[in-house]
Design a protein around this ligand. Structure first.
Ligand code: NAI
Ligand code: BGC
Length: 266
């Protein structure tokens, strides 16, 4: 088995569902000890941790609302208490509250920005404070690695989802700015921008044949993505195999960002 993350500690926010769960499993398979953050329901996170442990890994579930400063800090404190430190942080938590602009409430705007963008800021800030506190470790060439879960919607405008698209556009510039700021300390900050991945967040887009057919017109590679596709990308971005990758968005999207509407038009 390829275990490039042996001896490293990872935290995955929103790790009990969808992409976060796939990433947590993949990091554990690659040798990392994994803290699985959940927002409000402990059970799925605890079940995933038990599955990882049954396979010989180490994992535990940790509560925390990433849009809340005190809870985010407490989540890191719990990880450090359990595993000693953290080397890899995947800022994955996110949600959608979709509406056309005229119908979008300020509350829905704020909830999405607070979770998707401010949540990643709070997560990254606490991670960097920990990397700086504990100094270099022999397990990795970098002092620490932060992976922001962005989206193809950091570049593709998305009508009816202005809060979500703005949050992901914000992640693009936050990630690059942090990467530039932190690279001299050998902290690597990068993003993954998934295309349409089969998870609860977009169930309406793939759970009927009609919806799936419509979705597939946007994906040149001809299939919906699976959480393992993102898990493998996260392992690579977290490992020394990508040691010279700094400030990059890795699109894992089956070609969704290739303007498929132009394939036989324009
Ligand atoms: P999901 O709904 O299965 O998972 C979202 C996770 O975020 C859940 O575990 C949820 O509990 C957690 N979360 C929400 N609010 C939170 C908060 N305040 N504090 C802590 N955790 C919170 O959806 P999915 O698809 O796995 O989404 C994960 C990330 O991937 C999100 O950032 C999403 O924007 C992004 N993404 C998803 C794509 C897809 O097609 N599924 C495509 C591109 C990006
Ligand atoms: C969204 C999904 C959507 C995908 C592709 C993601 O960021 O969360 O709902 O299917 O982008 O449009």
């Amino acid at each position: 088995m390829h275990t490039p993350l042996d001896g490293q500690i990872a935290l995955v926010t929103g790790g009990s569902s969808g992409i976060g769960a796939g990433v947590a499993k993949a990091l554990a398979d690659a040798g990392a000890h994994v803290a699985i953050n959940y927002h409000s329901h402990a059970e799925p996170a605890e079940k995933l941790a038990a599955e990882i442990e049954a396979l010989g890994g180490q994992a535990f579930a940790v509560a925390g609302d990433v849009s809340d400063e005190a809870q985010t800090n407490a989540m890191f404190d719990a990880v450090i208490q359990r595993f000693g430190t953290v080397d890899i942080v995947v800022a994955n938590s996110g949600l959608q509250k979709d509406a056309k602009l005229a119908a979008m409430t300020l509350d829905d705007w704020r909830t999405v920005i607070d979770t998707n963008l401010t949540g990643q800021f709070l997560t990254a800030r606490r991670a960097v404070r920990e990397f700086e506190r504990r100094g270099p470790r022999p397990v990795s060439k970098a002092l620490g690695k932060i992976i922001c879960m962005s989206s193809v919607h950091e570049v593709i405008p998305w009508a009816g989802h202005v809060n979500y698209a703005a949050s992901k556009g914000g992640i693009q510039m936050m990630m690059k700015t942090l990467a530039q700021e932190l690279a001299p300390q050998r902290i690597r900050v990068n993003s993954i921008a998934p295309g349409a991945i089969r998870t609860p967040i977009n169930k309406d887009a793939w759970d009927t044949q009609e919806a799936l057919d419509r979705l597939l017109t946007l994906i040149p590679y001809g299939r919906v993505g699976e959480v393992d596709d993102i898990g493998r990308a996260a392992v690579w971005l977290a490992s020394d195999d990508s040691d010279y990758v700094v400030g990059t968005t890795l699109f894992v999207d089956g070609g969704m960002t290739l303007y498929p509407g132009f394939a036989d038009n324009g």
